[in-house]
Design a binder for this molecule. Structure first.
Ligand SMILES: NC(=O)c1ccc[n+]([C@@H]2O[C@H](COP(=O)([O-])OP(=O)(O)OC[C@H]3O[C@@H](n4cnc5c(N)ncnc54)[C@H](O)[C@@H]3O)[C@@H](O)[C@H]2O)c1
Length: 399
């Protein structure tokens, strides 16, 4: 039985706690939780009344684990992203398995340091590190991954992803004490909603090499962080792409188009449309393009549709995979180290927008990565200072 402590029992932490409490993941058992309030507490009342320890915060929980007052094998981290790293590092120091919410952190250095600590804890204590990229459990994206990675249709040429179905009204931002400010949240739609899409993008298409992006801050809502983003991406093999997202378009779309050398795949509404080259062509598209004398002929596609099944319980799937990894029977849905990649992309999107230039994504572990981390963190500090100054200014006016 994996004795699991949950750090941060709000929207997501309470979800994991109630799945475990329900017995849906029989390999896991609640060992402790941190402070919980209101409706979330009501959900967990059966466990609390049965003696589940509740600590004030992550620090108090780890003190209890280290003193032997509470026994735990694993932690699930579901606090705001700035503090994911400190909990993960302390858990790894104690040889615990860690399942961390996305994004790994706010800046990529946090993800790198988590990865390094995880590697050490894996070596010394067999600790497992997973990250909650629950959209990877969806069969439609698994099939897309398979189609692209099979190599059947050749290399990537172009990706267009318009994902404007993250619509949020103003009260969503106002309801949270930490959302939508550089200081407490660290970003807007790119850091909060899009880690899922950026992870899928790199999982399916590979890491882009560079990005030029335009982030519009407070465009649809009265917030200091971005709620509207357009990014242009390039891959090392010459492929290019766009990624467009907002929390203000309605009705929103979620349409991913992947153009490969010998096929076009469109993913929308849980369905895949796959267009392969007309059979009569009898050759590769590039060969035809370089030689055809038929100047105006367009290559037709032979289209078919696939509707992979839905995943009814993605978070349960994440917990089951994590439990299997902890017991040495399987692997996490997404290994924790994957968190660094989408964070590098999102940090590069911000940096590009703030510096109004194309930004190269650094290779993990390279000297360029350290310089990139420094640049990003210096900018983030500046955004935090400007954001705090703005709120003081508006506070003064109100006062
Ligand atoms: N995978 C998903 O689909 C998904 C969806 C929403 C949010 N998230 C991620 O989950 C994380 C939490 O988001 P949420 O929506 O649950 O936020 P939330 O505000 O509802 O919950 C966060 C909880 O953490 C607690 N907390 C803050 N600092 C703490 C500390 N030091 N020790 C212990 N508890 C602490 C807060 O009191 C709160 O109860 C974020 O990183 C977010 O990006 C993931």
């Amino acid at each position: 039985m994996i004795r699991t402590a949950i750090i941060g029992v709000g929207n997501m932490g309470s979800k994991y706690a109630s799945i475990i409490q329900s017995g849906a993941v029989p390999e896991m058992k609640l060992a402790a939780i941190t402070r919980v309030r209101g409706a979330y507490r009501d959900l967990l009342l059966p466990s609390i009344e049965a003696g589940l320890p509740v600590y004030d915060n992550a620090g108090a929980l780890f003190d209890a684990i280290e003193s032997g007052e509470t026994a735990a094998d694993a932690v699930i981290i579901a606090t705001p992203h700035y503090v994911h790293e400190e909990s993960a590092l302390r858990a790894f120091r104690n040889g615990l398995h860690v399942l961390c919410e996305k994004p790994s952190g706010v800046y990529s250095r946090q993800a790198r340091e988590m990865e390094e600590a995880a590697a050490e804890a894996e070596k010394t204590a067999g600790a497992v590190f997973g990250i909650v990229f629950n959209q990877r459990t969806l069969p439609v994206y698994q099939r897309l991954h398979e189609l692209v990675h099979s190599g059947t249709y050749g290399a990537l040429k172009r990706v267009n992803w318009i994902v404007t179905d993250w619509y949020r009204p103003d009260p969503y931002y106002a309801a949270s004490s930490w959302h939508a400010a550089w200081k407490s949240d660290g970003g807007g739609i790119i850091l909060n909603q899009c880690p899922h899409n950026l992870d899928l993008l790199q999982w399916i298409c590979g890491m882009p090499a560079r990005v030029q992006a335009f982030c519009r801050e407070g465009h649809y809502h009265d917030i200091e962080v971005e709620d509207d983003v357009t990014a242009y991406l390039e891959w090392e093999n010459g492929a290019s792409g766009t990624f467009v997202t907002s929390t203000g378009d309605a009705p929103g779309l979620n349409r991913l188009e992947i153009s490969l050398e010998e096929a076009m795949i469109v993913c929308e509404n849980g369905k895949l449309r796959i267009g392969t080259l007309e059979e009569e062509l009898g050759q590769k598209e590039a060969d035809y393009r370089h030689t055809s004398q038929d100047f105006f002929r367009k290559i037709r596609g032979t289209w078919h549709e696939e509707t992979p099944p839905a995943e009814p319980a993605p978070y349960e799937r994440i917990l089951k995979d994590f439990a299997a990894a902890c017991e040495g029977r399987g692997t996490c849905t997404a290994p924790g180290n994957e968190g660094r990649k989408s964070l590098l992309i999102s940090n590069a999107i911000y940096l590009s927008s703030w510096e109004k230039r194309m930004v190269e994504l650094p290779a993990a572990g390279s000297g360029q990565e350290l310089a990139f981390e420094k640049d990003f963190e210096a900018w983030l500090e500046r955004k935090i200072r400007e954001g705090s100054a703005d709120s003081r200014e508006s506070g003064d006016k109100e006062g």
